[in-house]
Design a protein. Structure first.
Length: 555
């Protein structure tokens, strides 16, 4: 019987090693098969954005309105090829923040692109940090999050007494009853402190995977990226004791079988492992919070850079931006939207004063073009990547007023909500920092005369008096085009009626739009011929009035 025991042990160890090898092989196969491709996964955007929203300094960051107007949640999901929770958070944070450390971030992208072996090792290490509780790792860097009261020393002393009692049972069997009572007390203590402890423990359990991921990513520590991850090795050394404490409570369901997990959980309750770990960790977290914060940011930036390298690999055509001085012109050649397959590229060149009115009929592509410009400016200034052949422009703060919504809870109409948004942008234009302002049908919630008058005043003010801002505005109002013809360039998107169908080129063309499709859409959808004739006649009459008014102003 006894000789079989070593054989069983060898068999168990062999099976464990085989399972570990198979798991790692599947991981590397998955990493290679998804490289250069968008990843479909469930994403908790509230948790992902928690790191960004916890920052004290968000000056120059994209506001919620602009983020939503440009549909940047969808863009983030397309870019997100990260392996870790902190990678997703730092990618989101980078996309929303003012431009920072672009050259260093580009250096990380270059490493991920050039060295597949180094990248895959880092991705494998990063994949361990994928539990949802990892989204709140950054809260551990708040020194006030963990408070260690003086009387908390009772927990480790109590646990030590139980361990000594267990060791003494062979000599004093009567201690067994006391140990059973002690375990019962620990059950009560554990569940009494569950509300306070469980949340912190879930976050703290991610410290071990974080440090493991950081060790696997140290190969990205180069002189070019020193400002991002230059302290990684020294920070890991400073956090070594915290790492040992974290291993007490670390449980990885992906690599541990259910029976072992259950045993660990029972031991955790019987010996108050979580409570004791937090007792010893509290002091370390207070004294080493800066080290932990830098490790979180370095690991997240590396993962985000790898995701961008994957995005570039899968992109049909992209370029790195060239940034100009604030007073210089703007040149965008063959811009495309990253979320539109087979997107029609469009180019744009503007010189000071930077103003462009985009005209065209319904569904011709005006709003998509505005978002294309806004999205590419954001990508250029955050991940140094543009879907374009050429990108040359100053660095801008991007602000928009595109979306349409009533604020039902505040009892505000769409027009009032837009007025407040527009005035916020007008106030922002007083800044010396160059802005890119984007408008889609400004003031559409009111009558035509006041809409045109207010739009002329606002758009003119945004680029007047030597300001260095760029203003893009889509409009249906030809009167507005006439009023701003001295300060705003004009372009349009064409449409054609062919074979009783409207077709669109989605190609930006100089000059104002000459066609309309609103009446054509009425006809195509079965409107009575009498309605069509009356509409056409009235449109011709109004066009005549407008031409006469323009001629009078010119005289």
């Amino acid at each position: 019987m006894l000789p079989r025991i070593p054989v069983i042990i060898i068999a168990i160890i062999s099976f464990a090693l085989w399972s570990l090898w198979k798991t790692r092989r599947r991981l590397h196969e998955r990493i290679r098969s998804t490289w250069g491709k968008a990843i479909k996964r469930e994403r908790d955007m509230e948790a992902i954005s928690d790191f960004f929203r916890s920052r004290d300094d968000t000056s120059g960051a994209l506001d919620d309105r602009t983020w939503n107007d440009l549909l940047l949640d969808d863009l983030f999901k397309h870019l997100d090829r990260t392996e870790s929770t902190v990678g997703r958070q730092l990618l989101y944070h980078r996309l929303r923040s003012a431009p920072y450390r672009l050259d260093e971030f580009e250096a990380l992208i270059q490493i991920a692109t050039a060295d597949a072996h180094k990248r895959e090792r880092a991705q494998a290490a990063l994949s361990r940090l994928n539990d949802p509780s990892g989204y709140y790792l950054h809260t551990l860097t708040n020194p006030s999050e963990f408070v260690r009261e003086r009387w908390h020393f009772v927990y480790p002393v109590w646990t030590a007494a139980i361990v000594f009692a267990l060791l003494a049972v062979p000599l004093l069997p009567s201690l067994l009853l006391i140990i059973v009572i002690a375990f019962a007390i620990n059950f009560v203590v554990r569940f009494a402190t569950a509300d306070r402890i469980s949340r912190q423990v879930m976050w703290f359990r991610q410290v071990g995977p974080l440090l493991s991921a950081a060790r696997g990513a140290t190969a990205f520590d180069t002189s070019e990226a020193r400002s991002i991850i230059g302290h990684l090795k020294s920070d890991l050394s400073a956090l070594s004791r915290l790492g040992r404490i974290a291993r007490w409570v670390s449980r990885d369901p992906a690599t541990t079988d259910p029976i072992t997990l259950s045993i660990i959980e029972y031991l955790n309750i019987l010996f108050l492992m979580d409570v004791n770990a937090l007792y010893f960790a509290a002091g370390e977290l207070r004294s080493k919070s800066d080290h932990l914060r830098r490790v979180i940011e370095a690991v997240g930036e590396i993962d985000a850079a790898i995701a961008v390298a994957s995005f570039r690999t899968g992109a049909r055509e992209w370029t790195r931006p060239r940034f100009r001085e604030a007073h210089d012109s703007v040149t965008f050649m063959d811009l495309r939207h990253p979320l539109i397959e087979n997107a029609v590229p469009n180019s744009l060149a503007l010189a000071p004063p930077h103003g462009l009115l985009v005209t065209g009929s319904n569904m011709s592509g005006k709003s998509t073009f505005l978002r294309t410009v806004g999205v590419n400016v954001v990508l250029a200034q955050t991940i140094t990547t543009c879907l374009a052949v050429r990108y040359e422009a100053p660095i801008y703060r991007v602000r928009s007023c595109i979306g349409r919504a009533d604020d039902l809870l505040a009892g505000k109409s769409y027009y009032l909500v837009e007025v407040e948004s527009v005035l916020d942008l007008v106030r922002a234009s007083a800044s010396s920092a160059p802005h890119l302002f984007i408008f889609d049908e400004i003031f559409r919630g009111t009558n035509a005369i006041e809409r045109i008058a207010a739009a002329e005043a606002v758009l003119g003010a945004l680029i007047g008096n030597g300001k260095l801002h760029v203003v893009l505005a889509a409009t249906h109002d030809n009167e507005l085009v006439d009023l701003l013809s001295q300060t705003f360039a004009v372009c349009h998107f064409e449409d054609m009626l062919m074979d009783e169908r409207l077709t669109f080129t989605y190609h930006l063309t100089p000059g104002p739009a000459l066609s309309r499709n609103a009446i054509a859409l009425l006809r195509l959808n079965g409107a009575p011929e009498s309605v069509i004739r009356q509409a056409l006649a009235r449109a011709a009459e109004l066009d005549g009035h407008r031409r006469n008014a323009v001629s009078s102003r010119e005289l």
